[in-house]
Design a protein around this ligand. Sequence first.
Ligand code: HAM
Length: 443
Amino acid sequence: MPSDQTFAKLPGFRDFVPADLALRNHIFAAWRDVCRRFGFQEYDGPPLEPLGLYVEKSGPEIVEQLYCFADKGGRDVALRPEMTPTLARMLAGRSRGMAKPIRWFSIPQLFRYERSQKGRLREHFQLNADIVGEPAVSADAEVAAVAIDAVRALGLGRQDFVARVNDRRLVTAVLDALGVAATQRGGCLAAIDKAGRAGPEKTGAALTALGIGASAAAALAELVEDGSREHIRSRFAGDDRVQAAMLPLEEHRGILEAMGLGDYLQFDFTVVRGLAYYTGIVFELFDRAGEMRAICGGGRYDRLLELVGGEPLPAVGFGMGDVVLAELLRDRGLAPDAPPGCDDFVIWVEPAQRPLGISVARRLRGAGRTVLYDLRHRGVGKQLRSAARAGAARAVIIGPEEAAGGAVTLRDLASGRQRTAPIDAIPGALDADSTTSGTGGGG
Ligand code: HAM
């Protein structure tokens, strides 16, 4: 019985028609290639995890956005909103005995019940590249370089995007220097994190509402406005902890400068990252114009593996989404052309030549060529139109004469030039480029 129901796509979810999937695959191919060049190995995990993995470890923002439910066995489960807790869980059970540092990457599809808007959906794919087991700043610089190169590999350059870098330890040292109590720290970090979008007034109000005291709130509002390294250095000139907390960032910059990536870096006191587990240097990639949401975010999280029951292992990594990146590529005309049509379109003049045509198509496909033919018998003119519609480069035509002589007629569909070639020489003969002009061949 025909149904009168229509089924709309869920908000925030995407259909990938071939042209969209071609762009997604293009992005994935670039990501995989960059990760391979940096010696990362690909892994994956389950899309559904125990709810508890996120409740404790990801922080309140992500937990509010979870797709979660009780499964038929009564387990509380959640669709993965991010990959880092899964990575921590996987390594907690395996890392003992593994050579360190571990360099792993993955491209999971993630689910967050967010308000859908430009650059933010309810599902996205995210490149995750993480180094586990190495506390040195060079590991932080290495993953930042992977992130920068993963965007550069798609044709975007220093005029298009920037990496904004900060250190959670520096922000904590500044908060301590301003007399902010440890209990107010989380609220302050959240207000600083939102400062870019909220503006100075709302940020000032949010900080005051935390009850941190007028002078500390004013000093923080000032840092949010001008949080340059020079400003922080002079404002906290007498504070050894703040001064010391700036050193890892200097080393980080030095390493990335040695890689020729210094121009991509920008220190930014407001980058603190919304997730709960970060402990050190943090960074985010943004389009230079600042019009879009973050392309990527990451940082150091030295305690997460221990928190999920593993050995205490330092870790650092990032997540880079496909949504903003695809928007940027389309915007800059860097999305690849539609997927290629076909190499050969096989045409038979009469139904009697169909078995031979199908076997020729089979041999060409076996040789790696993309081959199509009409699935219903039609006149040669219509088959040629099908070939043109399919974007075929060449028609392989078989009429009674060709069949009797063990040959095919090859027609270059752009120039109209054609020649005959013996079937026995397929695919070699079909690949040879000597052609003769003519119009025959059963057309
Ligand atoms: P995140 O900042 O939540 O970090 O996400 C990283 C990136 O994923 C964002 O910068 C953005 O490009 C993309 N993204 C996140 N949510 C959405 C959404 N709703 N729609 C489209 N794109 C989105 C993490 O997830 C960390 N686990 C990353 C990490 C890995 N840190 C260390 N290792």
